[in-house]
Design a protein around this ligand. Structure first.
Ligand code: PHE
Length: 335
């Protein structure tokens, strides 16, 4: 029965099930032939009413197992490409790590955000013209909801400033990496989807000097110690005063020229804008005042940078679309 049983016998059932089915396609005929031989052998033995199990096992081994063991298992296997880290993610990780070394922790928030967090609590009141600079996609069918609850694709990582201050009392130091969307037609420097890294530090007596020192250090850590930084006044509803940070162009070293040609990335100015920043506006603290952010007691700075833009500059790529087209010929260059 052990060999010839119909339901589970070795020769009738298990060998065909376990060996024949599992055999590689071009070995099936060969394996089948051997199994039939074993079966015939069993039947012959059975006929003779002798079942020397040891002999049968020897037969199975020599007819089935040994021929297959001749496959050379020392041959190399199929190689799979490991792939390479995407230049945007690599830049993302580098920026986050510069701030982690300064004691910052990482916070994240939702990509689908409410009007309240994306605009209102950041001091963009309904109908404020500054909203026009960050047009985005709104989720359909929400007219019956109050405006502050309506959902949209976040236009920046700044809403996570509010979300984090609601959860953590001061002092805080956080960086917030994430995906954002804007209603920008795609071209060499715009994409409707891109990535930002936000920073927020709140404590007692934080000054604009702290902001400058921190960002100057971060730019040198990212782009090399010879880079110079330069702050120009700007406007954001949620910071006051606000500034744009420029660094010396690392393509032309600040000269505005490449040999006798004009330097394109910095438009011959020698400076490249890399981020927006400023001191947290007291109106923003008012929205989280009850969690310890009394604007009379604490102060802070915030900044937000475009990861893709920094990756373009870092790797000398001249079209942001290349990052999102998934063309292996482009990505292979970073392997
Ligand atoms: N959120 C701003 C933007 O997307 C950048 C910014 C962040 C500016 C924090 C100041 C402070 O343009």
């Amino acid at each position: 029965m052990r060999w010839l049983g119909r339901a589970n016998g070795l020769a009738n059932k298990q060998l065909p099930e376990l060996w024949l089915k599992a055999a590689p396609r071009d070995h099936k005929a060969e394996v089948g032939k051997h199994i039939n031989a074993v079966k015939a052998h069993c039947e012959a033995m059975f006929e003779q009413e002798r079942l020397p199990i040891a002999r049968l096992e020897t037969a199975v081994r020599s007819k089935l197992i040994e021929p297959l063991e001749r496959v050379d298992i020392t041959l190399p296997g199929v190689r799979r490409a490991i792939g390479a880290e995407h230049p945007v993610m690599k830049t993302w990780r580098e920026i986050v790590s510069v701030f982690q070394k300064l004691g910052y922790s990482v916070a994240e928030g939702p990509v689908v955000e409410t009007d309240y967090y994306n605009f209102e609590a950041l001091n963009f009141p309904p109908n404020h013209p500054a909203r026009d600079t960050q047009d985005t996609l709104f989720i359909a069918g929400q007219q019956s909801k109050p405006q502050r609850e309506r959902l949209l694709l976040r236009t920046h990582t700044s809403p996570v400033q509010i979300r984090t201050m609601e959860k953590m009392r001061p002092p805080i130091r956080i960086v917030i990496p994430g995906t954002v969307h804007r209603n920008d037609p795609p071209d060499a420097s715009h994409s409707p989807m891109f990535h930002q890294i936000e920073g927020l530090a709140v404590d007692t007596n934080i000054t604009f000097g702290d902001l400058k020192g921190t960002l100057d250090h971060a730019m040198k850590a990212l782009f090399g110690s010879s880079v110079k930084t330069h702050f120009r006044p700007s406007f954001f509803p949620f910071t006051e005063p606000s500034a744009e940070l420029y660094v010396t162009c690392f393509i032309c070293g600040g000269s505005g020229k490449r040999g006798s040609d004009p330097c394109r990335p910095c438009k011959q100015t020698g400076w490249i804008e890399v981020l927006g920043c400023g001191m947290v506006d007291p109106n923003v603290f008012e929205f989280v005042k009850d969690n310890g952010y009394d604007p009379k007691k604490v102060s802070g700075f915030a900044f937000g940078m475009g990861v893709d833009r920094l990756a373009l500059l870092k790797y000398g790529v001249d079209d942001i679309q290349l990052f999102f087209q998934g063309d292996v010929r482009f990505l292979q260059q970073f392997g």
